[in-house]
Design a protein around this ligand. Structure first.
Ligand SMILES: Nc1ncnc2c1ncn2[C@@H]1O[C@H](COP(=O)(O)OP(=O)(O)OP(=O)(O)O)[C@@H](O)[C@H]1O
Ligand SMILES: [Mg+2]
Length: 367
């Protein structure tokens, strides 16, 4: 590997006692890129982060950072710094001592430690807190100290494992903004594990979706949302989840038309020749692609099962006559309620199709 900086993961494999957790993971992260790891619990996100940090060994594969193979090096020599979900600050040490601890162990000279700490404290705006003990700090301040401990190491890559998950909602939002600002001020890449999709969508240049021992998709946030690689990504990203219902592909046309169980036809903008052979497909609809209609309009009839009011809009959970359930959108001021029969208008241009193996097919990306 020469001439390629940033991080490269090559064929990372890991099993715990015969249980395969990661099965051939490849990933390229550009220098200074912000990557978010998303995926269900147990999908190996923390394990991969720990393998990069050197806290866990992989069974196979290579980790290369700035043209140097690092998976053979001890953690302290890899040029990465990790912040854990349950960051433990030493309670008997001041903020300053907590931040200095790793540097002292690495035998960094005293004056240099002082200036590294001051720089980090300035970036994180915790200068007034340097002589306090962790017990005298708020949750958000403690969080910043934990990040400060990573910053003073001047890593090429930050590894953050759910860094905001034990903050309350308001503090979490503020810290998310701070993290975005901090990101502009440090010259390093970031990989952050999060369960919060909004966090991933807001902060990341690209999102990596994990499931079933593998990476399912790597793409910028809106591409993950608009062009999910497969059924899993389509349903995992986005809230509420994408509706996916069985459909039959019709003959003819440059774009695919499908019919649903109640014989309603949906004309999509998915090029027909991009689809695999066979007529059995699945139709994917996000709530914003299905509208509740008034006065007998709409392309299909449905019965309302639940109305969720979100303020500016409402989500309407409805059942079609063939039994499939669909999530639709309506005005915030909607008057529809449980049990009502309504018409739904399905926006074919927003529809996704999925093949028998789960692969996603979408309308062509805007040029
Ligand atoms: N040291 C270990 N020994 C045995 N099994 C482990 C060990 N560490 C992790 N595992 C298992 O590996 C799998 C992946 O765990 P990991 O912590 O990487 O998941 P995760 O994606 O970070 O999940 P979460 O979102 O819940 O944090 C899980 O099934 C877990 O039980
Ligand atoms: Mg984890």
């Amino acid at each position: 590997m020469t001439g390629v900086s940033g991080l490269q993961l090559r064929n990372i494999r890991k099993a715990f006692k015969g249980l395969q957790v990661l099965d051939g993971v490849d990933l390229d992260v550009a220098p200074r890129e912000f990557i978010a790891f998303l995926g269900p619990s147990g999908s190996g996100k923390s394990t991969l982060l720990r393998i990069i940090a050197g806290l866990e060994t992989s069974d196979d594969g290579e980790v290369v950072l700035d043209e140097r193979r690092i998976d053979t090096l001890p953690p302290g020599e890899r040029g990465v710094a990790m912040v854990f979900q349950h960051y433990a600050l030493y309670p008997h040490m001041s903020v300053r001592e907590n931040m200095a601890f790793g540097l002292k162990n690495a035998k960094v000279p005293r004056e240099q430690i002082d200036s590294l700490i001051l720089d980090a404290a300035r970036v994180l705006e915790i200068e007034p807190l340097l002589d306090r003990k962790p017990g005298q700090l708020s949750g958000g301040q403690r969080q910043r100290v934990a990040i400060g401990r990573a910053i003073v190491k001047r890593p090429k890559l930050f590894l953050l494992d759910e860094p905001l998950s034990n903050l309350d909602a308001a503090l979490r939002l503020r810290t998310r903004v701070e993290l975005a600002q901090l990101r502009q001020r440090v010259d390093a890449g970031v990989i952050m594990v999060t369960h919060d999709q909004a966090e991933a969508m807001t902060l990341a240049d690209r999102i990596v979706v994990f499931n079933d021992r593998r990476i399912q998709q790597v793409a910028p946030p809106m591409e993950i949302y608009a062009r999910p690689a497969n059924r899993f990504v389509a349903q995992f990203v986005g809230s509420p989840s994408m509706t996916i219902i069985p459909a039959v592909l019709q003959d003819g046309g440059p774009n695919a038309t499908v019919t649903l169980g109640d014989s309603v036809a949906v004309a999509t903008e998915v090029p027909r020749d991009s689809l695999p052979a066979g007529e059995s497909v699945e139709l994917g609809l996000r709530p914003e692609g299905v509208r509740v209609c008034r006065d007998g309009e709409g392309t299909t009839g449905a019965t309302i099962e639940l109305v969720e009011r979100l303020g500016e809009r409402s989500l309407v959970y409805a059942r079609l006559s063939d039994g499939s359930s669909v999530t639709a959108e309506d005005e915030g001021t909607t008057t529809v309620k449980f049990g009502d029969r309504v018409g739904l208008r399905i926006d074919g241009s927003a529809a996704h199709l999925f093949g028998p193996d789960g692969t996603g097919y979408h309308r062509p990306a805007a040029a």
